[in-house]
Design a protein around this ligand. Structure first.
Ligand code: PBE
Length: 311
């Protein structure tokens, strides 16, 4: 369908414009028109789609962004016949790095905050259908009753708030060391910020608290920073990484005490809705998060809408 729209535009160009230098493309488009788009040999060869084998390189099946990418494949008619390769964040990052080293095209499921934006020159493709939502925030949720049971921890969790750059700096440092260590360094260098979360709150005597996170570096960063803030007050902190859906289940059932991991309102919105009313939402701990299709900046494509269908 998209192809016909494009051909229509080409046909609408004035002859003088065509004569002025769109020659090479027009020859191929003319061929496509002539064979009704049914001939394999007449496919355009310079399209980004063909170059990336009509594939979006994705991550873990349980991630919110994996759902969003599947939604995009349904929302955009021009992605007909495209394939979403689900794998793991590590595999996606390896493929991204390899592509960039060879200056090859690649389209990945990507998100902010993430260190890949500090390491590589990347851009988000426009998403006019908003298949990936818009701007996201990350929320802190706690189990019902936490305020009564652990008022000191509740207060820290309620105050916990930081910036995209903070989280990203830990993720980046975590490339060369354990993320726990990177978080410890960040805490040492940002005492004032951490003090805003803990100042004036009474200490406790080894009370156990369980933080539930998702298994990505972004939440390993926030989880470990929170762990240190709570340990500073005398808590004995356990961090449990699980899939996004299980985060909500754990907090709703009280198996876990608190989580700084929900990406909202879109990424984990379905899971949130499933357990809504069974946990307490303490609001944003970070704003300016984002998801989408991400490509190296050298690629000559700006919108998901401009990708060509595979069939
Ligand atoms: N992420 C990172 C997760 C949440 C944090 C964007 C990969 C997800 O898609 O669920």
């Amino acid at each position: 369908m998209f192809k016909w729209k494009k051909l229509g535009l080409v046909a609408g160009l004035s002859l003088s414009l065509i004569a002025a230098g769109c020659g090479a493309d027009d020859t191929e488009d003319a061929d496509d028109t002539a064979d009704n788009g049914n001939d394999d040999q007449a496919e355009t060869t310079e399209g980004v789609g063909e170059e990336v084998d009509y594939t979006i390189t994705g991550i873990e099946p349980g991630a919110g962004i994996t759902q969003a990418t599947n939604t995009a494949l349904e929302d955009y008619e021009n992605l007909a016949g495209w394939h979403h390769e689900e794998s793991s964040t590590a595999a996606m990052l390896t493929e991204l790095r390899t592509a960039i080293e060879n200056e090859e095209p690649i389209i990945v499921a990507g998100w902010t905050p993430h260190h890949k934006f500090a390491q590589f020159d990347l851009k988000y493709l426009d998403d006019p259908m908003e298949s990936y939502g818009g701007e996201e925030y990350i929320s802190t949720i706690v189990r019902d009753g936490l305020q009564e049971d652990m008022p000191e921890a509740y207060e820290v969790l309620d105050r916990f708030y930081w910036e995209v750059e903070d989280m990203e700096s830990i993720m980046l440092a975590g490339q060369d060391m354990e993320i726990e260590e990177a978080a410890e360094e960040w805490v040492a260098e940002n005492e004032d910020t951490v003090a805003e979360w803990t100042e004036g709150i009474d200490s406790v005597d080894g009370t156990s608290i369980e933080l539930v996170i998702t298994p990505w570096d972004s939440e390993r960063a926030s989880g470990n920073v929170l762990r240190m803030a709570l340990e500073d007050l005398g808590y004995d902190v356990t961090i449990t990484p699980v899939d996004p859906q299980i985060v909500f289940q754990a907090i709703a059932t009280g198996d876990g005490d608190a989580s700084p991991a929900p990406w909202m309102p879109y990424t984990h919105g379905d899971f949130y809705a499933e357990y809504e009313g069974e946990f307490e939402d303490l609001g944003e701990n970070l704003v300016g998060a984002k998801l989408g299709m991400v490509v190296p900046a050298y690629m000559d494509i700006d919108s998901i809408e401009d990708l060509e269908p595979a069939d």
